[in-house]
Design a protein around this ligand. Sequence first.
Ligand code: GLY
Length: 554
Amino acid sequence: MRRTLVLLLFAAAMPVWAAQPVRARHGMVVTRERHATGVGLKVLQAGGNAVDAAVAVGFALAVTHPSAGNIGGGGFMLVRLADGQTTFIDFRERAPGAASRNMYLDAAGKATEDSTVGYRASGVPGTVRGLEYASRKYGKKPWAELLHPAAELASKGFALSYGQAQGLRSSARGLSRFPESNRIFLKGGKFYEPGEVLVQADLGRTLERIARLGSQDFYEGETARLLAQDMKEHGGLITLGDLKQYAAIERKPMTGTYRGYTIVTSPPPSSGGVGILQMLGVLEGTGYEKAGAGSASVVHYMTEAMRRYFAERSEHLGDPDFVKVPLSSLLDPNYIRKLRASIDPERATPSREIHAAKFNGRESNETTHYSVADGDGNIAIVTYTLNGGYGSKVTATGLGFLLNNEMDDFAPKPGEANMYGLIQGEANAIQPRKTPLSSMVPTIVMKDGKPLLALGSPGGPTIINSVLEVIVNVLDFGMNVQDAVNWPRFHHQWLPDELRMEPGYSPDTVALLEKRGYTVKRVNAQGEVAAIRFNNEWLEGAADPRTEGTAEGH
Ligand code: GLY
């Protein structure tokens, strides 16, 4: 009897199924790859702040997670400093000066594969400028010190994990088309086995130059010269002039509230922040959470919020420096009330009743997110990417780094689906120097002026929904951060009109959803969230068990 009581009390305090995050008090790093996590932790232990560690991790992932970590791509960093200041650094790729609206259409007006593979697919990379900007303005450690671990991992090499070796092998078709990629990443076609050491000598030299000379080398020096020459020889568009004029842009984060929490999130050219805020707004006041996490009713309400937002996204979102993004209309409480009221509590709304468009879809789960917090209360979280896995599949000759295929995040043909199956409109059409629309959405949740949760994910358009789901798992369903990350995910993006669900939902729940009118498609894994929960004096790090990611603290 007594034993039962003890067990019941224990169960109330901490459910027996709870997975545990990594807990520490003085610093936490969560990334997709163990060497990179270790690099970040060492920077914190050596007195670096969260921004220093985030910069070092960014360069380390460029070596150890080459499918998405990069210096040939771009991304976003969201920072909250201990003094309460928040900022957002946009170092996303920009279209080269010679880019044009129809550059990926053939003579018949059909979209070609050029936006996804080969030299013409790349936008001007922003990572090196962005990380340098963050380091100069918000870091305290010397720049070179932050690059040395990455340069060493490249030049001395590191043992590949099972996932890393498998990832390279499974991208052989694309990588083998380009001699440098074939030589470096596929061992000339012989393939790397798990445990084998991958040495990237060219990349090591490039990183050492950047360590010595700063971003000047990448945008105006030897690296710039070699990259521009390689582009010219292979029909790419990026010129020395494009590289020279590239600048990271510091923007004001978007903020909003949800049930007394403050959400600090990513502004355009991310389409994620406005999406998270609109979807939370639609859910607030519905009482949707009462049905319990994982119930058909919860999935129904969240899916309807997703469907409505993604229809907006296709129409209205683009680079705010080129198009007017109607943020205040999209977040207007009256408008959100109307969206909420349009949800039938029992039936799926067919997407054709919200908007009409065509679809054809494929999806890649690349991009990567990492989160860092230090013991002084600074937070730096980064989502950055080459877009598709290993980007354009091109390794820059003599430089050792992969180039992005971010031009496909524009609407190569407005009104038709891109690589992610996303229909996008004129707001995201290609223009010289414009930034392609992104779904990346590093986000921080605050309560009473203090950080509560910092997170982000890769996964193309699924990023926005994965981040939303982990937020509500913590705020509305009271899960600890590791359970919230582990919990099975789902995704709806308006078109195609299908609800994608990970394993973990019972056949009964799926049947109930089908009865409500959903076409359910079972998918394997969605997203790779890297989250930190701030729990009084504890930092709780949660890597995503869908990956080989790790959390380490001190
Ligand atoms: N390349 C994926 C994204 O930015 O959304």
